[in-house]
Design a protein around this ligand. Structure first.
Ligand SMILES: [Zn+2]
Length: 248
């Protein structure tokens, strides 16, 4: 079996690198075994720090910026001056116009959505709440403010359309503009299956990104054993980190 420490996006523009860590090759013990990249999980924090140092060396990308994610829609602008202040802020998106700042999203079923333009990049933590409250729209606005447009989006490994069962009260809250009906399959009178990758794709298309410019990973957190799944492991598990960085 392939026990690689990461997978990577394949259609990224020049000088852009996007990688998602797997659960292999780190120091964490069960149930976080072993490459847990989530600080706020109950795992020993010094072990998580050791995992970061090891992983950063493996992917040759240092000082990954991550957030204290809260399922909101705030996207913070980060640069070389403010990066240490931004680290662990309460927000769900990061944006930068600068090179060599790796932006990270922590997940274990939510979707990492990464965006790239000519100069700007963004990383977004997309659970249904963040998606529904417009985190993707907010990121596109930041590109616009900086006179750039999103030319490429990557939808990474999250829960798949077969495993994400939701109740009708959640479905009622989904906003119309992202075409939720196209991402939903009725299971019984009270339950639906929600396709998060499709919902994110619809939100990207709503912001005028052509479908051909969207790369969707074949992986999912739930149906591939190399990843952590919050749902399948009843909340007691580790996290992956997905990073985007513009090099050179
Ligand atoms: Zn699945």
């Amino acid at each position: 079996m392939n026990k690689k420490m990461y997978i990577q996006a394949e259609k990224t523009p020049l000088n852009i690198s996007i990688k998602t860590s797997t659960r292999y090759g780190g120091y964490s013990k069960e149930p976080y075994n072993s490459l847990n990249m989530g600080y706020f999980t109950g795992d020993d924090v010094t072990t998580v720090i050791k995992n970061y140092r090891l992983y950063e060396k493996e992917i040759n990308t240092y000082n990954i910026i991550t957030l204290n994610q809260v399922h909101g829609n705030d996207v913070l602008e980060v640069n070389h001056e403010n990066s240490s202040d931004i680290l662990f802020s309460k927000a769900d998106g990061l944006f930068t116009t600068e090179k060599n700042i790796p932006l990270g999203v922590i997940t274990a079923d939510c979707l990492p959505v990464m965006l790239a333009g000519q100069r700007c990049i963004a990383s977004l933590h997309c659970g249904w709440r963040s998606l529904n409250s417009g985190i993707i729209d907010n990121a596109f606005k930041l590109f616009n403010i900086h006179n750039d447009i999103v030319e490429y989006a990557y939808i990474g490994a999250g829960i798949c359309e077969k495993c994400y069962e939701v109740q009708d009260d959640l479905v009622m809250q989904l906003v119309e503009k992202y075409n939720p009906q196209k991402a939903l399959q009725k299971k019984d009178s009270k339950h639906y299956l929600l396709d998060m990758k499709k919902l994110a794709t619809n939100a990207l298309i709503y912001n005028c990104l052509p479908i051909d410019n969207i790369e969707i990973t074949k992986y999912s957190s739930c149906c591939f054993e190399e990843f952590y799944s919050y749902r399948l492991e009843n909340g007691k598990t580790g996290r992956m980190v997905t990073t985007i960085v513009r090099n050179g």
